[in-house]
Design a protein around this ligand. Sequence first.
Ligand SMILES: [Zn+2]
Length: 213
Amino acid sequence: MHSWTMGYVSVTPITDFLPTTIATVRLRHLDTINQVLHALISHEVDLFAVEVSWFSDPKECDAVIETATKHAIPVILLTRYVQSGISELTTLDPAEFLTKRYAPVSCVEFSPDVSHRGRIVSLSSRAIQLLAIFVTYPGQVLRLMDINQESQSRHVASWTTHSLKAAIHAITQELGTDHIKNVRGFGYIFQSCLVSTHRREDDRSVSEGMMGK
Ligand SMILES: [Zn+2]
């Protein structure tokens, strides 16, 4: 089961540009130009976000965008003004980009509101943070450790067994019992109640119900 990964480089905290708490992609911070080029060439990332001021030399920025283009990896410019789309410049809202275009097809959506099958759900911001993580990894067993690792990359506070259970209880009350299952002694697994097997803007198949990566 494939989760979308967005690599990024930025001087400004990523949370200033993107709603990482409700992201439905996996976020991967990169530290050096070599890491960036390697991640693009080896397709470790599905899209790439850049804050241009991160580059000490503008030529490096050119090289990164050129490499990404060559490998058909969309680049998002982290700027408050213009967002770069897949092939055209557009005033795309980064929140919409992250939560719509790269979201797994799910009964839960995060933009413009948190909703389940079109009905707005009422959950605490903490429960929504957890729900976003589950929706990013449908059909995968997530251990407390995995959830905390993911939370860290999203700049979200970590979870205890107790706080996790409480949030899952709240989510279950809103969405119904058939969404988050406890895999005894191991972790939790989220399944969308929609059976669609294709992402909206791509025909790469996403098979639901598969465990593991
Ligand atoms: Zn559902």
